[in-house]
Unconditional design. Structure first.
Lengths: 118, 111
């Protein structure tokens, strides 16, 4: 079974440029998460989707970050404009969803997109 | 104060050693607890859930002390392949996942 797919795996851009990351969750997983992981830190939640609805975006810096999950499957995370401090790994994760009870709890992570802003 | 605190290490141990990691969390309403493993430049993967009664999976034993808001992971008979970062993770919401990750504890097992 395919895992969570993310692209690109690596991205290098200059500051003030826009950048977008794409995520394809595991088939059938209703819940999708975007995390940011800085070096030496644990992942931090940016946004969580239940199907196509963003139900927790309290940690998303909305002045420059945006996300969408059209049709409740794939998702994109965008930064415009990027700043030097945005350099990090952006992880996407998915889970079956809360309606699946305890079985829906495990989050499966994609390989991440490593962003470098110069 | 961070919601989930861990000693970042690194812990350097020889093969065959027993090593223990500790973690504390600040939200007393936290619902569930996990250890994730993250290899260098890889994604985090669930290692095991942590139950109040304590649980074991092969060489790995996890324990939870709700009164002290403390979680532990014990690894017996360490293998070279155990070298990784171990993330303490707490779910702070009921009914769905709001995972808060610690900074991770790095383990290096040497021959």
């Amino acid at each position: 079974e395919a895992g969570v797919v993310q692209s690109p795996r690596y991205k290098i851009i200059e500051k003030k440029q826009p950048v977008a990351f794409w995520c394809n969750p595991i088939s059938g997983h209703n819940t999708l998460y975007w995390y940011l992981q800085n070096l030496g830190q644990g992942p931090e939640l940016l946004i969580r989707y239940e199907n196509e609805e963003a139900v927790d975006d309290s940690q998303l810096p909305k002045d420059r970050f945006s996300a969408e999950r059209l049709k409740g499957v794939d998702s994109t995370l965008k930064i415009q404009p990027a700043e030097l401090g945005d350099s990090a790994v952006y992880l996407c994760a998915s889970s079956l969803g809360s309606s699946s009870g305890s079985l829906g709890n495990e989050q499966f992570f994609g390989p991440g997109t490593r962003l470098t802003v110069l | 104060r961070k919601e989930v605190e861990q000693d970042p290490g690194p812990f350097n141990v020889p093969e065959g050693a027993t090593v223990a990691f500790n973690c504390t969390y600040s939200n007393s309403a936290s619902q569930s607890f996990f250890w994730y493993r993250q290899d260098c430049r890889k994604e985090p993967k669930l290692l095991m859930s942590v139950y109040s009664s304590g649980n074991e999976d092969g060489r790995f034993t996890a324990q939870l002390n709700r009164a002290s808001q403390y979680i532990s992971l014990l690894i017996r008979d360490s293998k070279l392949s155990d070298s990784a970062t171990y993330l303490c993770v707490v779910n702070t919401r009921r009914g769905f996942q709001k995972l808060v990750f610690g900074t991770g504890t790095r383990l290096l097992v040497s021959p």
